[in-house]
Design a protein around this ligand. Structure first.
Ligand SMILES: Cc1ncc(COP(=O)(O)O)c(C=O)c1O
Length: 436
């Protein structure tokens, strides 16, 4: 039965970010169930979901309160368009989200499909400036950045292996270096200052054409959990204001508590003009993303018909997704999930401390629960081989190249965190040899 399933998979499915010439040999698991922080495969093996199913799961899998909210909503109203009509789940979610800090953000647009939040934000920024009498067709972004796979999002991406193929068909952008890639001996603050200098020079040259600066605040997640100093986020805020460009922060990965604060920008104590979120918004259960925009941006769209924001999707603000998000936010409040996330981060930090001096490890990067362990290459696809070996001790995760990611669901407890650390040590021993 599983063999049949996998054969059908190979015949019909095209998986994301997957080299299908390698896929059959990569021993992919068929996942059949999820409960709390655990996933189960078709052979009945249980694994801790060590990367929150690609950074989305908040409390855990099969969370009764979220399931019940969805089931209740499905019996009342499964879907109704948000174009020309409205509905309570969509309205309530907008109300809830804008009540979260940073308080300067006051308007919400909801997108049913992930990654379209960044796409919507880009268009919104361009149109807002245009309606304020400024034609600014240029976007500034950061090397090693990742914002999704639609063409606008790819335009502001900076991971060459993912993005270079599409450069000829993208928006006009200028890219600055990554604040997370430091030279040997350079501190995070020095690196932040260096990239801010680069940005200042760039803006002095083309600042009057720049519509928005797009960053992932504090952690460039897909770039390899590259972390940077808060002074970078603060400096970009100041420079965007100085040069009349919007600051758009993409909190799709960092938001909803992952860094130990609700939003990563809270660490830097700044307010952006646009904030995008997704992933954990529904607790990691249904796809939903959102753009939060300032009142100033919103009001520039009021007036004549051609000031309308011509952007949307069939499933914008889908009620099932909206109630899942509302249930998630309520649970986060009840369970003080953001504080627990900060505790998870500290605990993971302590558990991984012994690896600081391990010669197999290049660097451990972590902010809150977002953790990347960069390992020394040792043969082909070292990161993936370590992750595969971690399954022996009941943990699954995915690497980003040679960076092993640990980013557990925010409902995790100490014994499972210890199991994750043991599994990582086991994976390292298996790949490098226990004696090394
Ligand atoms: C910062 C950031 N933005 C956008 C996205 C795209 O989100 P999705 O994969 O849900 O489209 C991701 C995905 O990892 C991300 O990390």
């Amino acid at each position: 039965m599983v063999t049949d399933l996998f054969q059908a998979d190979q015949r019909h499915v095209w998986h994301p970010f997957t080299q299908h010439a390698w896929w059959p040999d990569d021993d992919p698991l068929v996942i059949t169930g999820g409960q709390g922080v655990w996933l189960q495969d078709s052979a009945g093996q249980r694994y801790i979901d060590g990367f929150s199913s690609l950074w989305v799961t908040v409390h855990g899998h099969n969370e009764p309160a979220i399931n019940e909210a969805i089931a209740r909503q499905a019996r009342t109203l499964d879907h109704s368009t948000f174009l020309g009509f409205t509905h309570e789940p969509g309205i309530r979610l907008a109300e809830e989200l804008v009540a979260q800090p940073p308080s300067l953000l006051s308007r919400l647009l909801r997108r049913r499909r992930l990654q379209s939040a960044v796409e919507a934000g880009i268009k919104m920024a361009y149109q807002a400036k245009l309606q304020q009498g400024q034609r600014r067709p240029l976007f500034v972004h950061v090397a090693q950045g990742y914002h999704g796979d639609t063409l606008g999002a790819v335009s502001v991406g900076g991971i060459e292996v993912f993005h270079h193929t599409y450069r000829p068909i993208l928006l006009r952008t200028r890219m600055v270096s990554s604040p997370g890639v430091r030279q040997p001996g350079q501190t995070a603050q020095e690196r932040a200052a260096q990239v801010l200098d680069e940005l200042r020079i760039l803006l002095a040259e083309v600042g009057d054409q720049v519509c928005a600066i797009v960053i992932e605040p504090l952690v460039q997640a897909a770039g390899g959990m590259l972390t940077h100093d808060v002074s970078f986020v603060q400096g970009v805020r100041a420079l965007s204001t100085q040069f009349g460009a919007y600051l758009m922060v993409d909190e799709v990965a960092t938001g909803i508590g992952r860094t130990g604060r609700m939003w990563a920008v809270e660490h830097a104590d700044i307010s952006p003009d646009l904030l995008t979120c997704g992933k954990g918004l529904t607790g990691g259960v249904l796809p939903l993303s959102a753009v939060l925009a300032t009142e100033e941006i919103y009001s520039s769209f009021l007036g004549a018909g051609d000031r309308t924001f011509f952007h949307g999707h069939s499933y914008t603000a889908n009620p099932l997704c909206a109630v899942a998000a509302l249930a998630n936010l309520e649970l986060m409040d009840e369970r003080a999930t953001v504080d627990h996330a900060a505790w998870i981060g500290r605990t993971l930090g302590d558990l991984l401390k012994p690896l600081d001096d391990d010669e197999r490890v290049v660097e451990i990067r972590r902010i809150g629960t977002m953790t990347g362990i960069e390992v020394r290459p040792h043969g082909d696809r070292t990161g993936l081989r370590i992750c595969t070996a971690m399954r022996d001790l009941g943990v699954i995760t995915r690497p980003l190249g040679d960076v092993v990611i640990l980013m557990p669901p925010l409902g995790i407890a100490e014994p499972e965190l210890q199991q994750m650390a043991s599994a990582l040590n086991h994976g390292l021993d298996q790949v490098y040899g226990a004696a090394s």
